[in-house]
Design a protein around this ligand. Structure first.
Ligand SMILES: Cc1ncc(COP(=O)(O)O)c(C=O)c1O
Length: 419
């Protein structure tokens, strides 16, 4: 089976993209859905920003480069999701962007009282929605639909949507199992019922193709530091469809959402377009890590990347059937590629300690960086730009070794830290 991996790598049309990264051979990185590794070009952009723009050009850089860079980067991101340039901004965190858009959606309709989300959504999104309902919109109700499994998740959402709906807010690809909703059908029903939809694209941007127009997306938010590899805490993005821009008001109006921020007027006058949802000064150093990545994603093409992700997944399944299944692993990610993003949720009752063994090996020198999500999930990200089929072969071998030698028993099961 290793031979198969080698042949697939030789035939991989994306194989040269790996050279754009500084990946160490002693580490196989499989956590690109949490924090992507840096492109060399992103590192030099950040260095140039520090050494040239910040150190030498100082405040002149706002006019010479930084304001343009922010706009240009947002336009490239808009292209990646088939949005118009003035439908996207890059700013703040996903949580803050979700707050701004959800607040605006709730404030925009006094008649409709229901907010719907579900238990597969990312906790921060749930906290934001809970906070909004409890602190600012007590007259509305928040329904968190309990999804026992992904199997009927689309149906449960479709059943729940009624004329009462004000806002539906879900993660496009869910963070645990990588289940992907049927966004188009869901948005169609939301529209028929007169509600608004707000999608969190954090686990889908850079992992699957997204066409916000075709999918009928009203609003979206998402990370740049996962599959887009922009660096820890790099600013998030926010999308708001032109059709609803005039109806919605940013609840945190700051000088960057003012029509003429540098005239320093005392009274607020909103700018038009998605920029109306900006607040304050953009984080330029982090922003600089985004643009080179977008260039690469646009060049490689999301459909090509998605195809490789599917091939990597299929190859993993082959290894799973032959080697991992008999070692009590199961898979919680949909096998149908139209229903998943680009990571695998591999389940095992010892998932936490197996994950530690992968990351900090005691009986080999090769480290595999995956992560653990409670209670029993090892997440394996398939990042087609830099991953090789052979990485999957080595991972499978290593998982079998950890089980066969019971290496995981050398680790404590008290959970600490991020991964
Ligand atoms: C799906 C999803 N939404 C939101 C967030 C939170 O993003 P931020 O920390 O930028 O607010 C994350 C973070 O991992 C996430 O995975």
């Amino acid at each position: 089976m290793r031979e198969q991996a080698i042949i697939r790598d030789q035939n991989d049309t994306l194989r040269n993209y790996r050279d754009l990264f500084d990946l160490e051979e002693s580490t196989i990185y499989l956590d690109g859905n949490s924090l992507g590794p840096p492109l060399r070009a992103a590192k030099s952009q950040i260095q140039e920003t520090i050494e040239h723009h910040w150190s030498k050009r100082l405040i002149r850089s706002w006019n010479e480069d930084w304001l343009d860079a922010q706009k240009r980067t947002a336009e490239k991101l808009a292209k990646l999701i088939n949005a118009e340039p003035d439908e996207v901004i890059i700013a703040d965190s996903v949580s803050v962007n979700l707050y701004k858009l959800a607040f605006a959606a709730l404030a925009s309709n006094k008649e409709k009282k229901e907010v719907i989300t579900d238990s597969l959504n990312f906790p921060s999104d749930l906290y934001i929605l809970q906070g909004l309902q409890q602190q600012s919109f007590k007259e509305k109700s928040l329904r968190i639909i309990e999804q026992e499994s992904c199997r009927y998740a689309n149906d449960r959402i479709l059943e729940a949507i009624s004329d009462k709906l004000n806002l539906l807010s879900l993660s496009h690809v869910t963070y645990k199992s990588a289940f992907k909703y049927d966004v188009k059908s869901i948005n169609k029903k939301v529209k028929q019922c007169g509600g608004l939809n707000l999608w969190d694209l954090s686990h889908s941007i850079g992992a699957v193709s997204i066409d916000v127009k075709d999918l009928g997306v009203d609003m979206a938010v998402g990370c740049t530091y996962k599959y887009l590899n922009a660096g820890p805490g790099a600013p998030a993005f926010l999308y708001i469809s032109k059709a609803i821009q005039e109806k919605l008001r940013n609840p945190i109006q700051g000088w960057f959402s003012h029509k003429n921020p540098f005239e320093f007027d005392r009274m607020f006058e909103p700018i038009t377009g998605a920029q109306a949802f900006a607040v304050g000064t953009p984080s330029i150093i982090s922003l600089k890590g985004i643009e080179p990545n977008l260039d690469v994603f646009l060049e490689a093409g999301m459909q090509t990347l998605e195809r490789k992700s599917k091939d990597l997944f299929d190859y993993f399944i082959l290894n799973f059937q032959n080697i991992l299944k008999e070692r009590d692993f199961t898979i919680d990610t949909p096998l149908d590629s139209s229903e998943r993003g680009s990571h695998i949720a591999l389940l095992h009752k010892e998932a936490y300690r197996i994950n530690l063994s992968l990351i900090n090996p005691r009986i080999t020198r090769k480290s595999f960086i995956t992560d653990h999500r409670p209670p029993n999930i090892i997440r394996i990200a398939l990042s087609p730009l830099y991953m090789r089929f052979e990485d999957i072969w080595h991972l499978t071998e290593r998982l079998a070794e950890i089980i066969d030698t019971k290496e995981y028993e050398l680790y404590s099961d008290i959970k600490t830290g991020v991964i």
